[in-house]
Design a protein around this ligand. Structure first.
Ligand SMILES: NC(=O)c1ccc[n+]([C@@H]2O[C@H](COP(=O)([O-])OP(=O)(O)OC[C@H]3O[C@@H](n4cnc5c(N)ncnc54)[C@H](OP(=O)(O)O)[C@@H]3O)[C@@H](O)[C@H]2O)c1
Length: 278
């Protein structure tokens, strides 16, 4: 792992009871229902990833998440996760050797991995008609991170995910992969390719590992909140539910795939308020 050192983000210790009684997760699971499970979230420090980490931690899982540049955000998230046994590591998702090293560290530390959430992703706004602005470097960066990174993560974690016989990979894609509308043409294509990977691997890795895409519409993360208000309002107005998704709704969808949607495999679960319908 690039720059990772175990003492950077040591294991968290019982900040809160992981088997706490009475509380439920947002999908109605009793706190502790994911107890004993180990969940790896790439890009866990981001707006959506952080909520996925929180919801699994709330449900009792041990969460190992990665960040790239956002060390402070990662430290804040790590410190605030309910339960214990969580850790964070810096990782460049396009460094496949680091992913192998991460899988080896998860194996030696936890001895298992039940869920891998591929949430790390990147993009930049480029008007679709401005073909020159979408240069080769940006196209390669987007596919290297959004597609190759997710594939390499599955490749690295496959032996661990297979071991328990009920492994799960959740790829965080986007409705941009279906609508062709999004931050730029390459981003949309990378998410379509990610959904295609979901289907191929769901067939190839079954029955020991399920693979599912969770595909959000525009999510009201801090990054999106900082964008032009008029544009955000327009996006909400064009959505049948008349609002954007919240990060916790995406986290709840991922937790639902792990906890209740156990027969779902190779599918794309939309969390988009019906946006593609308009
Ligand atoms: N926000 C939306 O409206 C929306 C809608 C649909 C789908 N999505 C998808 O949801 C996922 C998360 O999005 P988000 O809004 O939470 O974005 P975000 O806040 O920018 O988080 C992205 C995460 O990926 C990590 N990352 C980026 N490049 C990386 C690299 N080369 N190597 C390793 N890690 C890297 C970031 O790490 P650092 O921050 O530490 O650098 C961060 O943890 C992405 O795949 C995105 O495409 C987002």
């Amino acid at each position: 792992m690039v720059g990772a050192s175990p003492q950077d983000f040591p294991d968290s210790h019982a900040a809160a009871s992981r088997s706490g009684s009475g509380t439920t997760s947002s999908v109605g699971e009793k706190a502790g229902a994911q107890s004993g499970k180990v969940v790896v979230v790439t890009g866990g420090s981001g707006g959506i990833g952080a909520e996925i980490c929180r919801q699994f931690a709330q449900a009792g899982a041990s969460v190992a998440f990665t960040y790239r540049n956002g060390r402070e955000a990662a430290a804040r998230l790590h410190a605030g996760l309910p339960g214990s046994g969580h850790w964070a590591r810096q990782l460049a998702i396009d460094d496949s050797a680091s992913l192998k090293a991460l899988a080896a560290e998860v194996e030696s530390h936890y001895g298992r991995c039940d869920v891998l959430v591929n949430c790390a992703g990147m993009t930049r706004f480029v008007p679709h008609a401005d073909l020159d602005a979408l240069d080769d470097q940006l196209i390669d960066d987007i596919f290297r991170v959004n597609w190759r990174g997710a594939f390499a993560a599955v490749r690295a974690f496959r032996p661990l995910l297979e071991r328990g016989g009920e492994g799960l990979v959740v790829n965080i894609s986007s409705i941009a992969g279906v609508t062709g509308m999004g931050s730029n043409v390459a981003y949309c294509a990378s998410k379509a390719a990610l959904d295609c990977m979901t289907k191929s691997l769901a067939r190839a890795l079954a029955p020991a590992i399920r693979v599912v895409s969770v595909s959000p519409g525009l999510v009201d993360t801090d990054f999106v909140k900082a964008l032009d208000q008029t544009w955000r309002d327009e996006q909400a107005a064009r959505t049948p539910l008349r609002r954007l998704a919240t990060p916790d709704e995406v986290g709840a969808a991922v937790l639902a795939v792990a906890s209740v949607l156990k027969y779902s495999n190779g599918c794309i679960i939309a969390v988009d308020g019906g946006r593609p319908l308009t």
